[in-house]
Each structure stands twice: as C-alpha cells, then as structure tokens.
Design a protein around this ligand. Structure first.
Ligand code: SF4
Length: 503
C-alpha cells in the first residue's frame, strides 16, 4: 500500500483521475497557476510561526532537509515530549500522511494534548477546507496524537499592519474541532477508495466537467481535453450566462453559442450571437458619439497598476489591499496635441502617498478623466483619500471627473473576435489592430506587472534588472492609456487620422 499525502487525498476528492495522473503521469500536469498560491501560502506560514511562537521556543520540521522518514521520526519524538510548539509536524497513519502547520502543546488538564492549527492564506473558511481539516485530524488521531482542539487560521482582512513586524491579529481562528473529529470514518473510506485508484494499472475514465475547476483548477485540463474539438464560439462567450442556464444549454446539446435559439437569449447575448453568425462587428456609431459629446478638453486618460500582499509589508495597510504603485496618464488638448506622463515607484517603500500627490498634480483641475472600468480606479482613489485626509478633497475631485469608457464600449460596440469580453485587451485588436499587447517585451498584463513589481522591490534584485522591469512596466501602462485614447477617438467618430503616441 502506498502512503498518500493529504494533498493527494484531497486531489482524489476532486477527481479520482486527478489522483491517478498525479501519481502515474505527473509530468502532464501544468501547475504554473498554483505557484503564486504556493508562494503566498509560504509567506503566511512563516508569519504564523512568529505569531504562534512569540518566545521562539518552537521547532520547525524541515521536510526538505530531513526527508520524509527523518521528518516523521523527529516529529513523533517532539510530539511525545510536548515541550514546545512544533511547526510542520509529520503525522502518519496506515496509507496516509500529513504535515500539520502548527501544533501547540496543551496541558490544561494535566495530560499532554495538542492544539492543531491549520493555516490558510484565504480570508475565510472555504467549503473545501472542511475536508482538509477532517483528513488532517483523522491522520493525527490515528497516529496516536491526542488533540484538544482543531482550528483553521485564515487571514483577517480588518487587520491593519502597524509596522515593526508586529503581525498579532493578522490571523483569525475558526474552531472546527467537533466537526473535524467526527468525520474519521468518512476519511478512512476516502483513503481506502483513493488506494484502490492509486493501484489501478490504467487511468480511470472520468469525463471533464465543472469538477475540473472546483475547488481548484486542475493542472491536467489540457491533457484531459486534448481530443476535444472546441467550438469556435463556445457558450462561455455569452455574456452574463448563468451557470444553470449554461448547464441547461449543454444538456439540450448546444455547444456553440451560434446554435442557441434566439428566444433563449437576452438582448446582449443575441447581439453577440448575431455578430458571431455573420462575422460582422456591431457599432452604434451615433450612440457612441452622443455618449462622448458632453465631454470637452483637455481630456485625460488614466490607468493604475496595483500590488497586494497577503501579509502587508507597509504600515497602515491591510492584507490583500490593492496598493497603487504606478499610473500612466495621456492628456489630449483641444488642438489635438497629445502628452503623456507617468508615475512608478520601485523603491520598496509604500508608494501610496507619493502616488496620490503625483496623481493630483498630473490630473489638473478640469476636463474629463477617462478610465476603462471605473470602479477599479475610483475605489483606489477613495481609499487613498481615506488614508491621506490632507489630500482627500483633491483626490475626490478627480473621482468626480471620471468618465468610464467601458459601458460605452459594452453598449455601442461588439466584434466577434472579442469572444464575449469587453476587456480593453479584447476590444483594442478589433478597433486598433496595430496596437498589440503581444508586441510588448516582458510585461503584457496586470498579473505580470504585479509579479515583476514584487521582484523589483527585493533587495537582491540587481540594478540592471530593476531598470529592465521599470522600462517594461512603463511601456505596459502607457499602452493601456494610449489604447483608451484610440478607443475614445474611434467612439467619438472623429475623422482625423488615428492619433499617434508621443515619445
Ligand atoms: S481535468 Fe478534470 S477530469 Fe481530468 S483529471 Fe482533472 S479534474 Fe479529472
């Protein structure tokens, strides 16, 4: 019998085939999406150790250095002694093993028991955490460890970091003792069933479906879908299609949105279908021009880049707070003259206040401030106004001038190449095909911008690499605002030659 780790048992709970592939064909797994989650989990785990071990007497079981065998032996010894907290303690029972994030000795009734805490980087207890905790508890109890409580510690979003590495209050515990300890028989059955699948010579037959992305996106999706002929216009391209309606369409045999009868679609979905059938764009040019006609000059075009941390690093900020570190602003004068300015802070210090001041100075006092999907920018501006009351009036005055281009695009334009999306990256290739995010070196989307920002503020990042990142970020954000200029020009119905960006 194999010894299956907790993550393998959880993989089995999602899909038996996933467990089998994990064990027998791991090279087929694309787990790039889980790397960031893994890094965040490590950061939160590191901080949890400082929170639960303020005296520094705890012992961390270093699985990589020790290997599973030695890690389990050392853990068993420490758990039998009960002198100090143990982190990443190895626990093993027949057919399964797990590593417990935090084990705290509890001698409240004169016998050694343990408070087991599983640390997660989420902001609440998720449905799938219940299985996770049940497996962990079963393995602990079956291996002879007496548990006084079982809880899950998740990120407390109302925590505000006060500096000096003081993270008390960052984690919030949910007591799951009763439930976790009552599911032993269930877990035993999962382990037994998972063992049967693990021992199969051939991969089990499981069709792909909603379970492939719930609770996690499975890394074997490409492999499992390799022979599937995907429709040219999948149902997923229908805007705001409720999952139940989608399931209904699928059960009625519709795979391509072009086949769905009109009477089953709403007006926007019918428009998307119509464009997909004919291959033609929809453009209400008069409506778009009318939407933009009230706004004069100078016209500003603004876009932000933000960063967030599960474990806040700057005083006065909360976990997962979106912190602005960059903006690009194009300004168009009545004469047609275009100018661009930018702010980018890679110093590693909190960029919020310098960002707010630079923004106020760049946006002037009058003229529309065009953004694409206004909720994002206006929310960040409001948050800055709350943090810096001295700047609040000036910041909120910018918000009062914001004009959102997204609803104009959504109501007035659709091209079949958008595949149901009105993101600026979906609309731009249809309106201005010569502007292409794929031509950018390095950073090509918001996720990449966050990734390189994190890299740039590390002490070990070389000055040369930092310069390279700076250039990439500036070029990326600049394209975002120039794209808005071109969308504005297209929607306004202006017949002068396409505006060109300035150097
Ligand atoms: S892609 Fe879906 S069917 Fe394939 S292994 Fe993953 S969860 Fe199972």
């Amino acid at each position: 019998m194999r010894t299956l780790s907790k993550s393998k048992i959880i993989a089995f709970r999602q899909c038996p085939k996933r467990l089998w592939l994990d064990l027998h064909k791991p090279e087929l797994c694309d787990d790039s999406a889980s790397e960031t989650v893994f890094k965040i989990g490590n950061q939160v785990g590191d901080i949890a150790r400082t929170i639960y071990d303020s005296e520094g007497t705890g012992v961390l079981i270093d699985i990589k250095a020790l290997g599973h065998g030695e890690a389990l032996t050392r853990s068993a010894k420490l758990l039998a002694e009960g002198h100090s907290p143990v982190f990443e303690a190895g626990l093993k029972t027949e057919g399964a093993l797990a590593y417990a994030d935090v084990m705290l000795p509890d001698r409240s009734d004169d016998t050694l028991r343990w408070r087991m805490v599983e640390v997660k980087s989420s902001t609440s207890v998720k449905e799938y955490h219940h299985d996770d905790i049940a497996v962990q508890s079963h393995i602990a109890v079956s291996s002879g460890v007496r548990l006084s409580s079982v809880s899950l510690a998740h990120i407390n979003t109302s925590f505000i970091y006060q500096g000096d590495s003081d993270y008390r209050g960052l984690l919030q515990e949910a007591d799951l003792t009763e439930e976790a300890l009552s599911r032993g028989d269930e877990v035993k059955q999962w382990i037994a069933d998972a063992q049967v699948v693990a021992a199969m010579a051939e991969e089990p037959e499981v069709a792909t479906g909603p379970h492939c992305t719930k609770p996690f996106t499975c890394g074997f999706c490409d492999y499992c879908n390799r022979d599937k002929v995907l429709p040219e216009f999948p149902l997923g391209s229908l805007p705001k299609l409720h999952i139940r309606k989608r399931e209904q369409f699928e059960s009625e045999g519709y795979a391509d949105l072009r086949d769905v009868p009109d009477e089953l679609l709403n007006a926007v979905q019918r428009r998307v279908k119509q464009c997909s059938v004919t291959g033609d764009a929809f453009f209400d040019a008069d409506g778009a021009a009318a939407d933009l006609s009230p706004f004069g000059f100078p016209a500003y075009f603004l876009d932000f880049e933000t960063i967030l941390f599960a474990v806040p690093i700057w005083k006065g900020t909360r976990p997962y707070q979106q912190i602005t570190f960059q903006f690009s602003l194009h300004t168009l004068a009545k004469s047609g003259q275009l100018a661009q300015t930018a702010f980018l802070d890679l110093s590693g210090n909190d960029p919020s206040e310098p960002f707010a001041k630079a923004l106020i100075s760049a946006c002037g006092k009058k003229g529309p401030v065009f953004v694409y999907n206004a909720t994002f920018e206006t929310s960040r501006i409001r948050e800055l106004a709350e943090r810096f009351p001295d700047l609040a009036d000036s910041l909120l005055a910018i918000n009062a001038r914001v004009v959102d281009l997204l609803p104009i695009a959504r109501n007035r334009y659709y091209h079949p190449s958008q595949q149901g999306s009105w993101s600026i990256k979906a609309v731009l290739p249809a309106v201005a095909p010569e502007l292409n995010y794929d031509n950018l070196t390095g950073v090509q989307d918001g996720g990449m911008a966050q990734e390189v920002f994190r890299e740039a503020i590390q002490d070990e990042t070389s000055a040369e690499r930092k310069r390279e990142i700076e250039q990439q970020l500036l070029a990326y954000c600049r394209l975002d605002t120039f794209a808005m200029v071109r969308l504005w020009q297209f929607f306004s119905g202006r017949d002068e030659p396409a505006l060109q960006d300035v150097d």
